[in-house]
Design a protein around this ligand. Structure first.
Ligand code: PRX
Length: 657
């Protein structure tokens, strides 16, 4: 594998942020942890460090060894046995948390439900029984395609209870994306809903699922949650489809959990990479639970009476780790909201914070930049004094957005935790600890205790101060264990650039004189649009699938709100007669093929694409064009006039970005 490129130095130069925010004394005094020595202790004995968190969980058999590391393959808590659902639910039901709110849910139209830990226990047990009754056994894969409703968490935990492997597919994905994920995972059962609410409309999930189900031979059964009250008629296929509320009616409310090995698979979650096909990231039970439990507890300084809200959808890893497993393993009260932040008004989030007394709030920089654009009058309408900690995840947060968030949402009293991690890492890796770390706006600061990261040059040399490529140099408990069905790709993709002990993140980063990390975004062919990861190759494949398209090249360009936007350059087939609306048609085509999140912002129909003499498209130059920058070196091009023409056309149509 060729090593990824170093990010352009001008990005690193932009970061000359020197404001610092030490932990407020009132916060520090009560924070767990607040002793800076823990970094050194964890570094001296990382295995002992993780074991101390593992001991706070419930195991039916203790582990023999904390870590077995045969690079690049790790096994954590070897020989240990436990069940993730028992740790997230049963463990609390046996304590004073029994009647504590586990989930406070709010639907977009305003409907609300609160489930206590005991409610959750009964519903999860009942659905686990349903799954078993429908023939699902330990190790079987269950696909879940639901809106953000409590049944999504219930279905995941029910899978975990019986040892089935869940594969959650974000409700915004298309039929094809759903189909490909189901087929790759060979899921036997699908849990979906008739619809979900988004910006006042109904997303017809079952209809989309039906389209996918036409070519998913592994699916035997479909369970459909009724979310919409019949506004969109749906088809139920006899013998295959059943309503959730009907199958749940007589299901017993207790269900014996399956005892799992620490290394048994917990879930598969698909994410975009540098090839056309998303990969199924595999997470296992013991290490994942320990990693998400520990980081939720320390990064968010979680206390018994907190009301914790992570705004992510469970369709992404943030929802898996920090809406479900991490907070529930901690026995927290979790707020869950189905819809858009600006529905029906731009103060919806702040209304939720005020009404539920949210104390910890975790969102994405894209959302913060949208709040900034909407103006401080929206949060000002509400009493946000319950908040004591705010967090950010998913993309680099620019210092302006950080400071706005700190001031207008955090009231200049809440520490901001900017947390860097990935689907593959499973857990937060680089982050402040709010009672210890002095914050710098725009920096994710330092590694979580026990974690080791470095900035490396392309050759693999350590960068002390300066820019380079971010690598992880020590195994961690929630690390991915593989790519579903593709063991070679796991090694090649992640552990093959600087030897089998160094994990390649695909991100560029800078390290400053205090050792702080400043994340600079992806350096591979992955675009991060509004915190959602999408591969350029996936979009290119979708474009060339259109009958008129001969060739396509996709790049990410800077976008004020979304962080990055997709710019696509397409060459049409010779002799094709595009209509006037070809650009919109191509955008729609990509959205239909992959999902709305992949819809290109800019589409440029080009007469020709800039290629080297050996015929390789020079994406670097396309990026310069889309970013409105001066063109880099064009001497290796077969025909330098092509790129000049393209630049002119781009600026005509989209202006200089
Ligand atoms: O580029 C980094 C960016 O998101 C990528 C991981 O995306 P995904 O697997 O979808 O997981 C997102 C949620 C964890 C990373 O490679 N990223 C994530 N968090 C940050 C970030 N970039 C900068 N700062 C962050 N805090």
């Amino acid at each position: 594998m060729t090593p990824p490129k170093i990010p352009p130095p001008e990005i690193a130069d932009l970061l000359r942020e020197d404001r610092v925010f030490p932990p407020p004394e009132a916060f520090r005094a009560k924070a767990v942890p607040n002793d800076p020595d823990i970094y050194e202790q964890a570094d001296r004995d990382p295995e002992g460090f993780w074991a101390s968190f593992a001991r706070e969980l419930e195991w039916s058999r203790p582990w023999d060894r904390v870590l077995e590391w045969k690079p690049p393959h790790a096994r954590w808590f070897v020989g240990g046995r436990l069940n993730a659902c028992v740790n997230c639910v049963d463990r609390h039901v046996r304590t004073a948390r029994r009647n504590k709110a586990a989930l406070i849910w709010e639907g977009e139209p305003g409907d609300r439900r609160t489930l206590t830990y005991f409610d959750l226990y009964r519903q999860v047990s009942a659905f686990a029984n349903v799954l078993r009754q429908l023939g699902i056994r330990k190790g079987d894969r269950v696909a879940i395609y639901l809106p953000l409703i409590p049944e999504l968490a219930i279905a995941m935990l029910a899978c975990a209870r019986i040892g089935a492997v869940h594969n959650v597919v974000f409700g915004g994905f298309s039929a094809e994306s759903l189909r490909d994920r189901i087929n790759d995972a060979q899921a036997r059962l699908l849990v979906t809903a008739d619809g979900g609410y988004r910006r006042g409309g109904v997303v017809p999930l079952k209809r989309v699922a039906d389209e996918a189900l036409a070519s998913t031979p592994s699916i035997e059964r479909v369970v459909v949650v009724r979310r919409d009250s019949g506004s969109i008629p749906i088809h139920m296929q006899a013998g295959r489809d059943q309503w959730y509320h009907e199958v749940m009616q007589d299901a017993p409310l207790t269900c014996e959990p399956e005892e799992m090995d620490a290394e048994d698979m917990l879930y598969v979650l698909y994410t975009s990479g540098t090839t056309g096909k998303p990969k199924g990231i595999v997470h296992t039970t013991g290490g994942y639970l320990v990693g998400t439990y520990a980081t939720t507890k320390w990064v968010f300084d979680l206390k018994e009476d907190d009301v914790y809200w992570c705004t992510a959808d469970i369709g992404w890893v943030t929802g898996h780790s920090y809406l479900v497993y991490g907070p529930l393993a901690n026995g927290a009260t979790v707020v869950m909201y189905e819809g858009a932040p600006d529905w029906p008004q731009k103060d919806r989030f702040w209304d939720i914070v005020e009404r539920h007394g949210v104390t910890i709030f975790y969102t994405a920089p894209t959302a913060v930049r949208a709040f900034m654009r909407w103006g401080p009058e929206h949060p000002k309408k509400h009493d946000l004094s319950s908040l004591r900690l705010i967090g950010s995840v998913g993309e680099p947060i620019n210092p302006e957005a950080w400071v706005w968030y700190y001031r207008h949402i955090g009231g200049e009293r809440c520490p901001v935790v900017d947390t860097w991690w990935q689907t593959e890492t499973g857990m937060i890796m680089i982050t402040p600890l709010p009672g210890i770390t002095t914050l710098k706006p725009g920096s994710a600061t330092r590694t979580f205790p026990g974690i080791k990261a470095e900035v490396l040059t392309q050759a693999g040399d350590r960068v002390g101060v300066g820019g380079g490529l971010l690598a992880l140099t020590r195994p961690w408990p929630a690390m991915l264990r593989g790519i579903y069905g593709d063991p070679d790709r796991y090694v090649k993709q992640y552990w093959n650039t600087w030897g089998s002990e160094v994990y390649v993140t695909g991100d560029g980063a800078k390290r400053d004189q205090d050792g702080y990390f400043w994340l600079l975004g992806r350096v591979d062919d992955v675009i991060n649009v509004a915190g959602h990861r999408i591969g350029t190759m996936e979009i290119e494949s979708a474009l060339v699938d259109h009958p008129l398209v001969a060739e396509a090249a996709v790049v990410g360009r800077h976008h004020e709100i979304k962080g990055q936007a997709i710019a696509a350059f397409v060459m049409l087939k010779e002799g094709s007669q595009p209509g006037r609306l070809i650009v919109d048609e191509l955008k729609d085509h990509v959205a239909r093929k992959i999902g709305a999140l992949a819809r290109p912002e800019d589409v440029i129909v080009a007469g020709d694409l800039p290629k080297t003499r050996s015929g390789k498209i020079m994406r670097r130059l396309l990026r310069d064009i889309a970013e409105g920058k001066a063109l880099g070196d064009t001497t290796t091009l077969a025909d330098p006039a092509v790129v000049a023409k393209l630049k002119e056309k781009y600026e005509e149509e989209y202006g200089a970005n």
